[in-house]
Ligand binder design. Structure first.
Ligand code: MN
Length: 264
């Protein structure tokens, strides 16, 4: 066998034996899954998921069960493609159907912001914070997913998850300098979060608004939102697999995100 064949054979053996564990970073998707709420004055909102039964071993289909789903592309645990944002709309390989498939697999760097977020739900990750992480764990490699752990996924109540008051939603995210550093200095694959979107709850009022979407997608990078189980990942060493549905000119899609981690 070639060494590449050996590597792949070793990988499946290790998954079967538990030497490599597969961690599910996806939330269960259902009608109660919280969906981002935009202020109506800035745009139209996405509906929650609805599930319509076609048949369930009955007159409409005696031996089979299936449903029709109605949902927005950006519902639940989902992938943001570059063409989701005006800054990334012109990339020839920036839609869910045109992104090269090898970009759906990459190493992950997990930055733990859970204690800062517990103290301040509007916590913003800065470039300085990222550089402190690099001093401890080494440089973030080009092509890596950077995942912001906040433990926000432990908020299982939809209202607490969106955490809105009269001033809009309050949830953590990256500051402009952090996403500029990651996109331009480090050439990351994308930025992933546990919250409903990759930008902070208050980011519509930032300058520029929604800096993570603006900078990441403007640099042909991706986003992952509503992740869970980031607390089960090592700071470095996991491999993340996140492949959106191949929707024609899709701006994103719900996605089953898997992380491969050392079992021991
Ligand atoms: Mn999105």
């Amino acid at each position: 066998m070639s060494s590449t064949q050996t590597t792949l054979a070793d990988m499946v053996t290790a998954i079967a034996s538990g030497d490599i564990r597969v961690i599910d970073l996806s939330q269960t998707l259902g009608p109660d899954t919280p969906v981002i709420m935009l202020p109506p004055e800035i745009g139209k909102n996405s509906p929650p998921l609805s599930i319509e039964r076609i048949s369930h071993f009955d007159d409409d289909g005696p031996a089979w069960y299936w449903n029709v789903l109605t949902l927005g592309e950006h519902t639940g645990t989902h992938f943001d493609a570059p063409n989701h944002w005006i800054s990334g709309k012109d990339y020839a390989d920036g839609g869910t159907d045109t992104i090269p498939a090898d970009r759906f697999i990459g190493p992950a760097c997990v930055i733990d912001c859970s204690s800062e977020t517990a103290a301040d739900p509007d916590f913003l990750l800065t470039a300085d914070h990222v550089q402190k992480w690099e001093k401890e764990h080494g440089e973030i490699p080009a092509g890596a997913w950077v995942l912001m752990r906040t433990d926000w996924s432990k908020r299982t109540n939809g209202d607490e998850f969106l955490n809105a008051d009269e001033n809009g939603p309050h949830s953590p995210g990256p500051r402009l300098d952090a996403v500029e550093y990651l996109a331009r200095e480090r050439g990351v694959l994308g930025f992933g979060v546990e919250t409903v979107g990759t930008d902070a709850g208050q980011a519509g009022m930032f300058e520029p608004p929604f800096p993570c979407h603006t900078i990441m997608h403007g640099a042909n990078k991706f986003g992952l939102a509503s992740l869970t189980n980031l607390d089960a990942l090592p700071p470095k060493g996991a491999v993340v697999i996140a492949a959106p549905l191949k929707i024609i000119n899709g701006s994103g899609s719900p996605v089953r995100v898997l992380a491969l981690v050392p079992g021991h």
